[in-house]
Ligand binder design. Structure first.
Ligand SMILES: Nc1nc2c(ncn2[C@@H]2O[C@H](COP(=O)(O)OP(=O)(O)OP(=O)(O)O)[C@@H](O)[C@H]2O)c(=O)[nH]1
Ligand SMILES: [Mg+2]
Length: 378
């Protein structure tokens, strides 16, 4: 009598899995099979494609006008003020812009301070910003935080910036929605124009971009530049309605999940954190008040992401991601250092846990930046 054997296929390309011919379709390493075929198996080729590693490979759109304007900032040794939204920011900084402003004095302002729970101190957030900028070679001369209720005292502003700008121009940069206009409006409330120039928005010479010019003296200006591209943020990948759901309006929500190997946390269909290796432990998820995080068995994630079922799982659900080809996957192995680490998805959420040598995978829409580093809140 013949014996029946189940034929395993790659979950992505459908090729029959085999361990002998490396260059043929369906090849899966023998050691993977020997350790027990994964419940949802992928051939090596498909698996490697999913593991597009690290932010360096991401597409950062750089506006040529901004680079042109920054070249002028360099030529005049100006001061750069770089605004980042403390919720969205995960250390992903546009490398072209970094390369330019590295040569200048940079002040970093973290906006939306008010969205953080009361236990979160300024020191924690300042240290986080300092670490993220230092890591790309920018050593900020000053880091400040600002929230909705904070006012800007123009006298103090002039005093604080006097030394750093040495009578020269200030260039304000930041991504879409980072709070630049809010900052400028606060500044203008106490501003008195004692110069011979007018405040105006003008086409910057040699570009097709409008730049707001506020005269600081007869020979120096405060410029607000157009938005830096946020092409690696979840915000830029989802529909307008979904943008509203993931952007916090109230205090950032922190939920705790106790999970271990074989379980995953889904934030709508926009991020999945799989625990591939590691004992049961606490994982904190920080996100906007309208997003939801749910625990699902790792082998049920694909089902939960399937179009007919996902609305049953959790919010927010974007209709733009229909199959796993629309996602990237990253893998992180934490050190066993007992320190608090974040795996942060730009513009959406961050997962925080103590390093105990766990292995995680993160699934997220193609092109969205994810980063692992010591925690924002620790
Ligand atoms: N909670 C909170 N919200 C803020 C803060 N600063 C800005 N916002 C909000 O964030 C959104 C964007 O702020 P803007 O000042 O328009 O940011 P921008 O960088 O000028 O953005 P665009 O010009 O639209 O690219 C607005 O809804 C603001 O109300 C803040 O400190 N706290
Ligand atoms: Mg603006």
């Amino acid at each position: 009598m013949a014996t029946a054997k189940r034929v395993l296929r790659c979950h992505n390309c459908g090729a029959i899995l085999q361990t002998d011919r490396k260059n043929d379709s369906g090849f899966i390493s023998r050691n993977i099979v020997e350790n027990g075929v994964p419940k949802i198996p992928y051939c090596n080729r498909c698996y490697d494609k999913m593991l597009t590693l690290n932010a360096g490979n991401l597409q950062h759109d750089t506006d040529k006008d901004i680079i042109k304007i920054l070249n002028d900032a360099i030529a005049t040794d100006a001061l750069v003020v770089w605004m980042v939204d403390l919720f969205s920011f995960n250390g992903t900084l546009n490398p072209d812009v970094v390369k330019k402003v590295k040569k200048l004095n940079v002040v970093v302002i973290g906006s939306k301070r008010d969205l953080f729970p009361s236990g979160v101190t300024d020191d924690m957030l300042i240290r986080y910003l300092d670490e993220r900028f230092s890591e790309v070679g920018i050593n900020p001369v000053l880091i400040r935080l600002i929230g909705n209720e904070d006012k800007i005292d123009v006298e103090t502003f002039y005093k604080n910036f006097k030394e750093m700008r040495k009578g020269r121009d200030i260039y304000l940069i930041g991504e879409f929605n980072s709070g630049k206009t809010t900052l400028i409006n606060k500044f203008l409330k106490g501003y008195e124009n004692k110069t011979k120039w007018q405040i105006k928005t003008e086409l910057y010479p040699g570009t097709s971009s409008d730049v707001l010019e506020i005269p600081l003296s007869n020979s120096s200006f405060f410029y607000e530049l157009p938005d830096l591209s946020n092409s690696t943020s979840t915000i830029s990948k989802v529909e307008k309605e979904i943008q509203k759901l993931i952007t916090p309006k109230k205090e950032i929500v922190m939920t705790r999940k106790f999970i271990g190997e074989g379980s995953a946390i889904m934030v709508g269909n926009l991020a999945v954190l799989y625990v591939v290796k590691g004992k049961r432990g606490s994982i904190r998820v920080f996100m906007g008040e309208k997003a939801e995080a749910k625990v699902v068995a790792c082998d049920k994630v694909d089902e939960a992401l399937a179009s007919d079922l996902r609305h049953k799982y959790c919010r927010p659900v974007s209709e733009r991601f229909l199959s796993f080809r629309d996602y990237d996957m990253f893998e992180y192995e934490l050190e066993d250092d007992d320190l608090r680490h974040d795996i942060s998805v730009e513009g959406l959420c961050w997962f925080s846990t103590r390093g105990k040598g766990q292995k995680f995978r993160v699934l997220l829409p193609k092109g969205v930046a994810v980063k692992e580093c010591l925690s924002k809140v620790r």
